[in-house]
Design a protein around this ligand. Structure first.
Ligand SMILES: [Zn+2]
Length: 141
């Protein structure tokens, strides 16, 4: 019996009931990054701490990914034979905009400015039988 595991525990924390994205926050200027970076892109400082990001935001921009992405790997399946199109978008959180998979790939169901919330989607099953999940945003209904 496998478990559900995060594709990357530095990016997606699923140890609690609700999934959280982990980003970085600069202790000097308050700038956020996602994923976490060791240096601040705004003030060039290195006083970064890891923080959970908001789980709700709004859709800022989106597209439908019709071919396997080269990277980053947490966005999806790299085997062209198993590939299914999926939505990709930028979600505007309170802290910053993050790029993420969308659970919705039907263009008619996606609209800039709509409310979105964090969820997880299964990516593949590893050799130990664990279900590996990545993060995605779903329209709030
Ligand atoms: Zn900074």
């Amino acid at each position: 019996m496998g478990h559900r595991v995060s594709i990357n525990e530095q990016v997606l924390d699923i140890s609690e009931d609700a999934p959280r994205l982990l980003g970085g926050r600069c202790k000097d200027c308050g700038n956020h990054s996602f994923p976490w970076l060791s240096g601040c892109a705004r003030c060039a400082g290195s006083n970064m701490e890891r923080v959970p990001l908001s789980t709700k935001g709004t859709l800022w921009a989106w597209t439908v990914q019709g071919f396997p992405p080269k990277n980053p790997p947490y966005l999806g399946e790299n085997d062209p034979d198993k590939f299914e199109s999926f939505g990709v978008g930028y979600i505007e959180l309170a802290e910053l905009k993050v790029e993420a998979r969308l659970t919705e790939s039907e263009p008619a169901a996606l609209k800039v400015g709509m409310d979105m919330e964090l969820t997880v989607e299964p990516l593949f099953t590893d050799e130990d039988g664990n279900e590996v999940v990545t993060f995605a945003f779903a329209p709030v209904v």
